[in-house]
Design a protein around this ligand. Structure first.
Ligand SMILES: [Zn+2]
Length: 59
């Protein structure tokens, strides 16, 4: 199972549909900033990161 994140975030998300993830993406849009690229997170990497409480908050 792969999760996603961006380089600007310490959180990982289930997928791009997560509202919290999209809020973060949109936050940079008004200034014409290029959004941080989405990258996949391996299961190993999640150990060093925090789960998004919106889409992965069940733990
Ligand atoms: Zn999320």
């Amino acid at each position: 199972m792969l999760y996603i994140t961006t380089d600007a975030s310490d959180f990982y998300h289930r997928d791009q549909e997560c509202p919290a993830f999209q809020r973060g993406r949109n936050a940079s849009a008004p200034n014409n900033y290029e959004s941080h690229p989405i990258r996949e997170v391996s299961e190993e990497e999640t150990a060093k990161m925090r789960p998004c409480t919106t889409c992965l908050g069940e733990t």
